[in-house]
Design a protein around this ligand. Structure first.
Ligand SMILES: [Zn+2]
Length: 164
């Protein structure tokens, strides 16, 4: 399942990528379309062409194109993730085989030699963790680690957290 996330939902786009969902963010398409903001019709056509659900908080947008568009209510990224979990049965478990870079949506690889990324993370982080992952996009190469941050996200999205 692939997504195109409307503007205002950048944090949601980053979370979906971490959990392995191929996700484009509307604001990242500004250069591609050379229009800012990218008009709704363009976004929708792009989503259809690339087989993506559109996720939006914009009710008029949703009303005009209900097909393959998901409308999110309220505020807050955990609330949004829970709505998606509910509606689309998404699974939010971190798995490096699927995980994507939160910045650029590329796949990641496990870092074989920890020393290779020493210059890219804080010393405390380097000392505290042993497993690091890196974005495969050579223009990006962002480094990740499964520290308390991902654990915290998983806990907050545990089975008891679905609320209407
Ligand atoms: Zn990246």
């Amino acid at each position: 399942m692939k997504f195109l996330v409307d503007s205002m939902l950048g944090k949601l786009a980053r979370f979906l990528r971490i959990f392995g969902y191929d996700t484009l963010y509307a604001n990242d398409l500004v250069d591609f379309f050379k229009m800012d903001p990218v008009p709704d019709e363009k976004l929708l056509a792009f989503a259809k062409k690339t087989n993506r659900f559109v996720i939006t908080k914009d009710y008029p947008f949703y009303k005009s194109f209900t097909e393959n568009t998901i409308y999110l209510r309220g505020e807050g990224v955990y609330n949004y993730l829970n709505q998606l979990k509910e509606t689309l049965r998404l699974n939010f478990k971190f798995n490096i085989q699927n995980a994507r870079c939160s910045i650029c949506n590329s796949k990641m690889k496990k870092v074989k030699e920890k020393s290779d990324i020493k210059h890219l993370v804080l010393r405390e982080t380097f000392n505290q963790y042993n497993d690091f992952y890196q974005c495969l996009n050579l223009q990006c190469k962002k480094v990740y680690w499964k520290g308390s941050h991902i654990d915290d996200i998983e806990n907050r999205l545990g089975s008891n957290s679905i609320q209407d």
